[in-house]
Design a protein around this ligand. Structure first.
Ligand SMILES: C[S@@+](CC[C@H](N)C(=O)[O-])C[C@H]1O[C@@H](n2cnc3c(N)ncnc32)[C@H](O)[C@@H]1O
Ligand code: SF4
Length: 338
């Protein structure tokens, strides 16, 4: 989930210009089964079947005047056999490019490759400060190995004398791990990453059938989300302590709001789009699930036709009204708790 887009003027009612930001799911395959991620609750997909075809990727960057490209969706980007070629293509066109990774496959050689390729940012997911907490959430990963890979990336960047990629650690704050936040802040300041970004769970899935295929992630979220926590005061204390540790350490810390501030002001469908590995176009990266809010299919239409089509226009119109699409109501970005 990526939120660093340049805000654009909204052209509500009109068809906005083609977006300058695309988030492209380069693969839907993953080597982990994290407790908060939809990947855990759907059938596994292998590395070749899950990869976006390079032809589709090239078609997209040829058609859309992209300035910023996020190369990840629900899957692990380093599993894509085409990732490096996609990065090189994008960088060659002057596009800012980056992705999130679980960093389990980020060997020193791959870290050096990423630095040399001109990757603009790399966001590494670390949801705990101890093997016990981290490995219970990130099933299949080893804490010490991932912290070693992260340190290797910092070192590779230093040795190359490169200012990029910007290295951010992403921590999804939940009941299971919020107590680890101050210790993680301390650890990351030592490792030398640029930033720690704490985010809440992205969606409550309340728009889905409680007995349907989203049942497990919906129940998980209800039990873990800090915005429904009886003990929000505890989360606040952890946030305050993390901020105290980060102050003056050189580590930038960003904390989310724990209070639902009402919905609105989302600009995604006007200035960005999300494309799944199979070429479905969705309004944003927050939806999770390719059977919700699908606005078009690149195997049948051009991106431009989808962007200018009726489903997109209706989605924009509803999002801009007091009756937003169901899928937006439970979105943490829409509710300003992300
Ligand atoms: C879906 S992952 C894909 C990239 C990569 N596999 C990884 O783990 O970083 C992208 C980001 O979404 C985060 N994420 C996963 N499930 C989430 C949820 N339910 N709410 C908020 N963030 C979530 C992950 O921690 C990660 O930082
Ligand atoms: S959060 Fe990332 S690593 Fe974990 S299951 Fe989802 S896609 Fe895979």
């Amino acid at each position: 989930m990526d939120q660093d887009r340049t805000p654009a003027l909204q052209a509500i009612g009109d068809v906005p210009p083609l977006p300058a930001h695309l988030q492209v799911e380069v693969t839907s395959a993953c080597n982990l089964r994290c407790t908060m991620c939809l990947v855990r609750y759907r059938p596994p997909i292998n590395k070749l079947a899950g990869a976006m075809r390079p032809e589709l990727f090239h078609r997209l960057v040829d058609e859309v005047p992209v300035r910023r490209l996020t190369l990840q969706g629900l899957g692990e980007p380093l599993l894509s056999p085409y990732l490096l070629e996609m990065i090189t293509t994008a960088v060659g066109r002057g596009i800012k490019v980056g992705f999130n990774s679980n960093a389990t496959l980020l060997t020193r050689a791959r870290a050096e490759q990423m630095v040399a390729a001109g990757l603009d940012w790399l966001h590494v997911s670390v949801d705990g400060a101890t093997p016990a907490v981290y490995e219970a959430i990130r099933e299949g990963a080893h804490f010490d190995a991932v912290i070693g890979n992260l340190a290797g990336l910092v070192q590779a960047k230093r040795e190359a004398g490169s200012a990029t990629p910007w290295i951010r650690v992403v921590f999804v704050a939940m009941r299971d791990n919020v107590a680890d936040l101050p210790a993680l802040t301390r650890l990351l300041a030592r490792v030398g990453v640029n930033e720690l970004r704490v985010q809440n769970l992205s969606h409550d899935f309340a728009d889905t059938d409680p007995a349907g295929s989203y049942q497990q992630i919906r129940d998980f979220t209800a039990g873990q989300a800090l915005w429904t926590d009886q003990d929000t005061a505890h989360a606040h204390r952890m946030f305050t302590e993390a901020a105290r540790v980060a102050a003056g350490s050189g580590l930038t810390l960003r904390l989310p709001s724990l209070t639902d501030q009402g919905g609105g002001n989302c600009t995604w469908p006007w200035d960005a789009a999300y494309v799944t590995s199979t070429g479905l176009v969705q309004p944003c990266c927050m939806v999770m699930g390719d059977d919700r809010a699908v606005l078009g299919d690149l195997s049948r239409q051009s991106f431009t036709d989808i962007w200018r089509g009726r489903p997109y226009a209706e989605f924009r119109q509803r999002l801009d009204s007091a009756e937003p699409p169901e899928v937006c109501r439970g979105c943490a970005l829409y509710r300003h708790t992300f």
